[in-house]
Design a binder for this molecule. Structure first.
Ligand SMILES: Cc1cc2nc3c(=O)[nH]c(=O)nc-3n(C[C@H](O)[C@H](O)[C@H](O)COP(=O)(O)OP(=O)(O)OC[C@H]3O[C@@H](n4cnc5c(N)ncnc54)[C@H](O)[C@@H]3O)c2cc1C
Ligand SMILES: NC(=O)c1ccc[n+]([C@@H]2O[C@H](COP(=O)([O-])OP(=O)(O)OC[C@H]3O[C@@H](n4cnc5c(N)ncnc54)[C@H](O)[C@@H]3O)[C@@H](O)[C@H]2O)c1
Length: 467
C-alpha cells in the first residue's frame, strides 16, 4: 500500500494529524493496536478517569443512607465500584465509536495491529503481509505507565492507572498512592471523596509543584478534609503484597504503610521500544521520548512525532494541536506555532485550573503584580451550589493592567479558566475589560468581576498611598 501519510497511533495527536491530512486531500491511514482505537486518551487515560470522576460526584450526591449500615457496607461498596466502571466502559465505547465514524467520513484508513518500521519509509503492521510505504510518517504512539522493575504489579492489589480500570473488587477502604503528580492526585481525591482512607507518598516536598503556592496549599487542606493524608519527602524503598489482602510499603525513612491497594502513579514512559526506530536511524531518550524541532520534525525530515511520545505538556489538548501543526508543516502549508498560553486543568475533587504565571514565577522574574481574589463563599452561585471553598485569583500588572495569571480552585475551574485565557491573550487593559463587563448572575464566572474589582481597588489604594 502506498500512502501520502501514515500515522502511527490513534490518540488525540494521531487523530488530528490524520484528519488534517485528509482535509488536505491526502491519502492517509492510521495504524493502531487492536481494540485501542482512540489511544490512551480514550481507553485508559483522560476519558475513563474523567468519567469515573463524574460518576463519583453523582454517587456522592445520591448515596443511599444504607451505606451507613455496617452489615451492608461491603455489598454497597462493590456495587459502587461496578457502577463507576460500567459508566467508564460505556463512555469509552461511545468515544471509540465517534472516533471510528470521524475516520470513516474523512476517508482515513484504519490499519489494526502493531506497527514496526522496516526502513524510514516502510512500516509493517503485525498480522499483515502487505508492507505500508508512506511519503511522510507521523509517530503518535504516546506513553504507558512507568513500572519500576522492583514492583510486582498484579492488577488487583498493586496497580497502576491502567490496572485501576480493571479492579473488580469493591472500593478499597484504604489505599496508598505513590506519586503526587496529576494522575496520583486526581485518583487520590476521588477515592478520598468516596470514603477510602488514602495516603499519598511523594519524594518531592510539594504536591503539584506547578501550582501557585497559595492555591496548592488550599487544595491540600481540602484534600486532607476528605480522607487524604500526605507523606511528602518520602521515597519508596520496597512494596510487597501481603497474604490475603493488601500490601506493605517500606519507605526510605523507615516508616511502613499497610493498605488494601497501592496505586503507582510515578510518571510515564514513551511507547517506542517495539517500534523498530533503529530501522529509521532515529533514537529515543531513556524515557522513550523522541526529539523533535518546533515543527514536530524528527532528525529524519519526513518523519514527525507528536503528543506524549514527543515529550512536552503531556496533555490531550496539546497533543491534538501538535498533530494538526505537524501535518501542516509536513505538507508545506501555512501554519502557526503552538500558543504560549496553555491552560492546565486538574480534574481532582475539588477541581483546579491555571493559565499564565504563578505568584512565585512573577516574583522570580521580578515582574510587579497585584493579586485580586474572589471567594466562592461570597458568590451567590457558590452559596446556591454549596461550593463555599472555591477561590479565583487574578494576578495583574499594575503598570499596563494586563492579566498575568489566573488560578482557580473549585467548581467548574477547568471551564472557567478559559475566560482568563481569552482576557490574557487580549494583553494590556485586560483588567479594565473585567472591571467594566457585565456577567450573568448568579454564575461562577462572576468571580472574574469580583476578583478584578479587588485587584483594581488594590492598585488604586497603592497609588493613593503614594500621592
Ligand atoms: C489517567 C490519565 C488521565 C489523564 N487525564 C488527562 C486530562 O484530564 N486532560 C488531558 O489533557 N490529558 C490527560 N491525560 C493525558 C492524555 O491522555 C495524553 O496526553 C494523551 O492521550 C496523549 O495523546 P497521544 O496522541 O500522544 O497518544 P495516546 O493517547 O497515548 O495514544 C497513543 C496510541 O498509540 C498506539 N500505539 C503505540 N505504539 C504503537 C504501534 N507500534 N503501532 C500501533 N499503535 C501504537 C497505542 O496503542 C495508543 O493507542 C491523562 C492521562 C492519563 C494516563
Ligand atoms: N488533568 C490532566 O491534564 C492530566 C491528568 C492526568 C495525567 N495527565 C498527564 O499524564 C502524565 C503523567 O502523570 P503522572 O502523575 O503519572 O506523572 P508525573 O511525572 O506528573 O508525577 C509523578 C510523581 O511521582 C513522584 N515519584 C516518582 N517516583 C517516586 C518514588 N519512587 N517514590 C515517591 N514518589 C515518586 C514524582 O516526584 C512526581 O511527583 C503527565 O504528563 C500529566 O500531565 C494530565
Amino acid at each position: 500500500m502506498e500512502l501520502d501519510l501514515l500515522v502511527i497511533g490513534s490518540g488525540p495527536g494521531g487523530q488530528r494529524a490524520a484528519i488534517q491530512a485528509a482535509k488536505l486531500g491526502k491519502r492517509v491511514a492510521v495504524a493502531e493496536r487492536r481494540n485501542r482505537l482512540g489511544g490512551v486518551s480514550i481507553h485508559t487515560g483522560t476519558i475513563p478517569s474523567k468519567t469515573l470522576r463524574q460518576a463519583t460526584l453523582e454517587q456522592l450526591a445520591t448515596r443511599p443512607l444504607d451505606v451507613l449500615d455496617p452489615n451492608r457496607v461491603e455489598e454497597t461498596e462493590r456495587a459502587a465500584m461496578e457502577q463507576l466502571l460500567d459508566r467508564a466502559n460505556a463512555v469509552v465505547a461511545a468515544e471509540t465509536a465517534i472516533t471510528r465514524e470521524q475516520f470513516r467520513r474523512n476517508h482515513v484508513g484504519l490499519l489494526p495491529g502493531d506497527a514496526c518500521f522496516e526502513d524510514d519509509h516502510t512500516v509493517r503492521i503485525d498480522g499483515s503481509d502487505d508492507p505500508i510505504r508512506a511519503a511522510r510518517i507521523v509517530i503518535a504512539t504516546g506513553t504507558r505507565p512507568a513500572r519500576p522493575s522492583t514492583v510486582e504489579f498484579d492488577d488487583r492489589t498493586i496497580i497502576d492507572s491502567d490496572g485501576l480500570l480493571k479492579l473488580e473488587s469493591r472500593v478499597p477502604r484504604t489505599m496508598t498512592v505513590v506519586g503526587a503528580g496529576v494522575i496520583g492526585v486526581e485518583y487520590a481525591s476521588m477515592f478520598g471523596a468516596l470514603g477510602t482512607k488514602v495516603t499519598v507518598v511523594d519524594q518531592r516536598d510539594r504536591v503539584l509543584s506547578f501550582l501557585d503556592t497559595e492555591i496548592g496549599e488550599a487544595f491540600q487542606y481540602l484534600l486532607r478534609r476528605r480522607n487524604v493524608t500526605f507523606r511528602l519527602r518520602e521515597k519508596v524503598d520496597a512494596v510487597e503484597a501481603l497474604k490475603g489482602r493488601g500490601a506493605r510499603l517500606k519507605l526510605a525513612s523507615g516508616k511502613e504503610i499497610v493498605s488494601e491497594a497501592v496505586l503507582y502513579a510515578t510518571g510515564r514512559q514513551g511507547d517506542t521500544d517495539k517500534l523498530g526506530l533503529g530501522a529509521t536511524g532515529l533514537e529515543c531518550d531513556k524515557r522513550g521520548r523522541i526529539k523533535v524541532d518546533s515543527a514536530y520534525r524528527t532528525a529524519v525530515p519526513h518523519i514527525f512525532a507528536v503528543g506524549d511520545v514527543a515529550g512536552g505538556a503531556g496533555l490531550a489538548a496539546t497533543a491534538m494541536e501538535q498533530g494538526r501543526i505537524a501535518v501542516l508543516n509536513a505538507f508545506d502549508q501555512p501554519v502557526t506555532q503552538l500558543p504560549q498560553l496553555i491552560p492546565y486543568g486538574v480534574y481532582a475533587i475539588p477541581e483546579l485550573a491555571m493559565v499564565g504565571r504563578t505568584e512565585e514565577q512573577l516574583t522570580d522574574d521580578a515582574v510587579p503584580y497585584v493579586a485580586g481574589m474572589a471567594r466562592f463563599s461570597e458568590l451567590a452561585r457558590g452559596v446556591i451550589s454549596g461550593d463555599r471553598d472555591g477561590i479565583l485569583k487574578l494576578l495583574v500588572s499594575p503598570e499596563d493592567r494586563s492579566v498575568l495569571g489566573v488560578h482557580v480552585l473549585g467548581t467548574s475551574a477547568t471551564d472557567l479558566v478559559h475566560i482568563g485565557q481569552a482576557v490574557m491573550a487580549a494583553g494590556a487593559g485586560g483588567l479594565d475589560f473585567l472591571v467594566t463587563a457585565v456577567f450573568n448572575y448568579p454564575t461562577f464566572a462572576e468571580s472574574y468581576k469580583v476578583a478584578a474589582l479587588d485587584a483594581d481597588n488594590r492598585i488604586k489604594a497603592m497609588k493613593a498611598f503614594g500621592e
